[in-house]
Design a protein around this ligand. Structure first.
Ligand SMILES: [Zn+2]
Length: 298
C-alpha cells in the first residue's frame, strides 16, 4: 500500500494510519485505566482489611487483650540508646534472624517490657499447618535458614537466635541477644493462623510509632518494612500490610531496629502448602534480603 504513487491512495493511507493510531492509543489508555482502577480497589480493600486488625490477633501468644492499658502504667523507663541508622556498608552489618517459637512453649511469665508490671508467657509453640500438619516453629526455622544462606552470600554477618527446635529462649531473651550483639537489624520469622481458613496473605509487623518502649526503634524498622512490602508486591507475594505493635515482648525489649514477617496463614490449605515449598521460601526470602540491601544502601 505504501508504494502506490497515486496521491489519493497516499492520502487515504495517511487518514487510515491517523485514525488507527487514535483508536489504538484510546484502547491502550482505557486498558491501563481499567488496570489501575482494579489495582486501586484491590489495594483499598486490603487497607480496609488491615484496619480491621483481625489479622494480628494471633502473634507471639494470645494473651494480648489486656495489653494497651497495662503498658501505659510504666512511665519510668524509656529506651535512651540512640538508634543506629542503616547506612553503613553491608560487610559490617550484623543481621539477627529470630525463627519464631520453639518445640515446647514456656508458659511461665516474663515482663512484657523493661520494668513493666505486665507479664506474658515467655514463648509459645506457635500455630500448626492445616495441610502439612507442620508446626510453625519448624516452618519458621526452615525459612530462616534460607534467609541466612542468602544473606551470607550477600556478605552480611548473620546471627540466629536458635538453630534447633529443642531450645528454651523467651521472647525477651531473643531481643536481648540481638541487643547485646549490637545487631543492626533483627528479622523475626513467623507464620499466622486463624479460625477462618479462607484468610491468606503475609504481613510485616513493626514496633509501634507511639509505643512507650518501641518509638525509638520505629523509624528504621518501618523503613525496612516498607521496602519488604514493595518487594513482596513486585514479586506477587500477597501482603496485607504493615502493622504497628506495642504489645509484643520481642519488640518492647529490643533496642535495635526489628521487623517481624508473618509469611502467610498456615490455617489456609493452599498457603500452608505454598509456604513449605522450597522455591516459594527462596522467592520470599530473596525479596526480604533484597529489601535489607536496599535499606542499607540508602
Ligand atoms: Zn508465630
Amino acid at each position: 500500500m505504501f508504494y502506490i504513487k497515486n496521491n489519493k491512495f497516499i492520502k487515504a493511507d495517511i487518514i487510515f494510519l491517523f485514525v488507527s493510531a487514535v483508536i489504538l492509543s484510546t484502547a491502550v489508555f482505557c486498558f491501563s485505566y481499567i488496570q489501575k482502577t482494579n489495582f486501586a480497589s484491590q489495594y483499598t480493600l486490603q487497607e480496609d482489611y488491615n484496619t480491621s486488625k483481625q489479622v494480628n490477633s494471633l502473634q507471639e501468644d494470645s494473651n494480648t487483650s489486656k495489653r494497651d492499658s497495662a503498658l501505659q502504667e510504666d512511665s519510668d523507663v524509656l529506651k535512651t540508646d540512640s538508634i543506629k541508622k542503616l547506612t553503613q556498608k553491608k560487610e559490617n552489618c550484623l543481621i539477627c534472624i529470630d525463627p519464631g517459637h520453639q518445640e515446647r512453649g514456656d508458659s511461665s511469665l516474663e515482663q512484657v517490657a523493661p520494668n513493666s508490671s505486665q507479664k506474658k508467657a515467655k514463648v509459645s509453640s506457635g500455630t500448626t499447618g492445616i495441610a502439612t500438619k507442620k508446626p510453625e516453629y519448624v516452618l519458621n526455622l526452615e525459612a530462616s535458614q534460607v534467609l541466612k544462606k542468602i544473606l551470607e552470600e550477600k556478605k552480611y554477618e548473620v546471627m540466629m537466635t536458635r538453630e534447633t527446635h529443642e531450645v528454651n529462649i523467651s521472647n525477651s531473651q531473643r531481643a536481648i541477644m540481638a541487643n547485646e550483639a549490637k545487631a543492626d537489624l533483627v528479622v523475626r520469622i513467623h507464620a499466622d493462623g486463624l479460625d477462618n481458613p479462607s484468610v491468606t496473605g503475609s504481613s510485616v509487623l513493626v514496633p509501634a510509632k507511639d509505643g512507650q518502649y518501641t518509638s525509638a526503634i520505629y523509624e528504621e524498622s518501618y523503613k525496612v518494612a516498607q521496602i519488604i512490602k514493595k518487594n513482596f508486591q513486585n514479586e506477587n507475594i500477597k501482603i496485607n500490610g504493615i502493622f504497628e505493635r506495642n504489645d509484643l515482648t520481642g519488640f518492647n525489649w529490643s533496642t535495635v531496629p526489628t521487623v517481624l514477617i508473618e509469611m502467610g496463614f498456615m490455617s489456609n490449605y493452599n498457603e500452608d502448602l505454598m509456604m513449605s515449598d522450597k522455591s516459594y521460601q527462596e522467592k520470599m526470602m530473596n525479596a526480604v534480603a533484597d529489601a535489607i540491601d536496599e535499606a542499607f544502601e540508602e
